[in-house]
Design a binder for this molecule. Structure first.
Ligand code: ZN
Length: 444
């Protein structure tokens, strides 16, 4: 009997040792990392062109099996079930949304993956990931509320319209130039835009662009009639005395350029471009409703240069540079008072490269006015100003030959001819009826 018990004990110990060894082996070999699943894109709203990206990785034992399914409403459908050859460490797949047979609306992508490890009683370790999206394949619907837009090259117009869904990006595009539109209390949008001076009449069709969060874009032609306008040219002689007088102020902007003519070219071209970019950026700092009323004031003084004059610069009978003059130059006496052309909010008071000391007033809906070459400024950024309020005094700062005001009007930072905005009847015929239409809807 004693022998039998001993035998049993030995057997028991052997079984125990075997169990411990296999457990040890299991912990030694088994992969404790579950597969990693990454899903893209991160955007919630997707349009019909989107592609879903699925990436599964398992660095220790490899990807053994992936199941991809989609849930919409109550229904879950399996899109894909694969056992990748040789259990690779990385596996990925792209599935175009258009091939998933989905309806517009919310859906969820669910991915399950298993690795090739001994985990989970040799079944492999499992991972699951999901991401919710909203499929939206229809661009926002746009309904025009203004139907006649007579304009001239370099001139302004305003369009009123409604958009059915809340757009992410909305405005008017003419060729490469985009003018944002602004939502009003009534829900309608107002878009001030220009037929850009650098395009010939009929070259581009003004369009309303309305894009939604999913990236669908609706384009609607704006019924418009654009009159041609000839722009003039001007030849400007750059003298040594001008260079000696003006260039020192620009030396620190281009410290490597010693020669005055080279410095003039750099200021006239590089600095001018940078200044225009800055003006475009400032153009986004605007009120979503009009802050102006009535016509814009034209400052006193004789017109020295018109809007959109192409200038060629000559030094000792050699053409050295060119530019486009994008404002109107007005000269009266030196250090003349400069009144605000209309009411608004000061959005810029500082040095602005070729424009010297400058003030920019926002009048709302992207409409702004710029006052350049000032010798003195009397307002601060953020300040509300009334029509006629004194902003400062004229001067010859920046790239000005003599004391004058460079007056410019912009829509979303893009220069337009100020002449129309000085004209009460032009405003009454072209701008006010469309503003009133939107305002009437507000009181409904
Ligand atoms: Zn000017």
């Amino acid at each position: 009997m004693e022998r039998q018990t001993n035998k049993g004990k030995v057997l028991g110990i052997l079984v125990l040792i075997l169990l411990l060894c296999s457990a040890g082996l299991y912990f030694l070999v088994a992969d404790r990392q579950q597969p990693q699943i990454r899903l893209g894109p991160e955007a919630e709203h997707l349009n019909g062109e989107a592609t879903l990206e699925i990436r599964v990785s398992d660095s220790s034992s490899g990807v053994a099996r992936v199941t991809v399914s989609v849930v919409q409403g109550e229904e879950e459908r399996t899109l894909l079930e694969v056992e990748p050859d040789g259990s690779p460490n990385r596996w990925s797949e792209s599935i175009p949304v258009g091939e998933m047979d989905l309806e517009d609306g919310p859906f969820r992508l669910v991915v399950r993956a298993r690795d090739n490890s001994w985990g989970r009683f040799l079944q492999g370790r499992q991972a699951r990931a999901e991401r919710g999206h909203v499929l939206d394949t229809i661009p926002p619907r746009v309904k025009l509320e203004s139907f006649r837009h007579n304009m001239q090259r370099s001139g302004s117009a305003i369009v009123a319209f409604r958009v059915e869904e809340d757009p992410e990006r909305v405005g008017v595009s003419v060729g490469e130039t985009f003018f944002p539109a602004y939502k009003q209390k009534s829900g309608a949008f107002l878009g001030l835009f220009s037929y850009p001076y650098h395009l010939s009449a009929g070259q581009e069709q003004p369009m309303i662009l309305a894009g939604d969060r999913a990236g669908n874009v609706r384009e609607v032609s704006i019924p418009s009639n654009v009159r041609a306008k000839r722009l003039s040219d001007n030849r400007i002689r750059i003298s040594d005395s001008f260079l000696k007088r003006k260039m020192p102020a620009f030396r620190d902007a281009f410290p490597d350029i010693r020669d005055n003519v080279d410095l003039f070219v750099a200021v006239n071209e590089k600095m001018r471009r940078a200044n225009r970019k800055q003006i475009r950026r400032i153009g986004r700092d605007t009120a979503s409703r009009p802050l102006w009323s009535g016509r814009f004031l034209r400052q006193k003084g004789a017109k020295q240069s018109s809007f959109a004059v192409h200038r060629d610069y000559y030094y000792q009978s050699e053409k050295i540079s060119q530019s486009m003059h994008l404002g109107i130059d007005l000269a009266s006496m030196a250090r003349a008072k400069v009144p605000a052309a209309n009411s608004g909010r000061v959005v810029f008071v500082d040095w602005l490269g070729i424009y010297g000391q400058a003030v920019i007033i926002d009048h709302g809906l992207g409409l702004q006015s710029l006052y350049g070459h000032l010798s003195q400024t009397d307002v601060r950024k953020g300040q509300r100003v009334d029509k006629g309020e004194i902003l400062g005094r004229t001067g010859a700062t920046g790239l000005a030959g003599g004391d004058h005001l460079h007056f410019e009007m912009m829509i979303s930072g893009f220069p337009v001819t100020p002449v129309e905005w000085w004209d009460q009847s032009w405003i009454e015929n072209n701008i006010l009826p469309k503003l009133q239409k939107v305002r009437e809807a507000e009181t409904d």
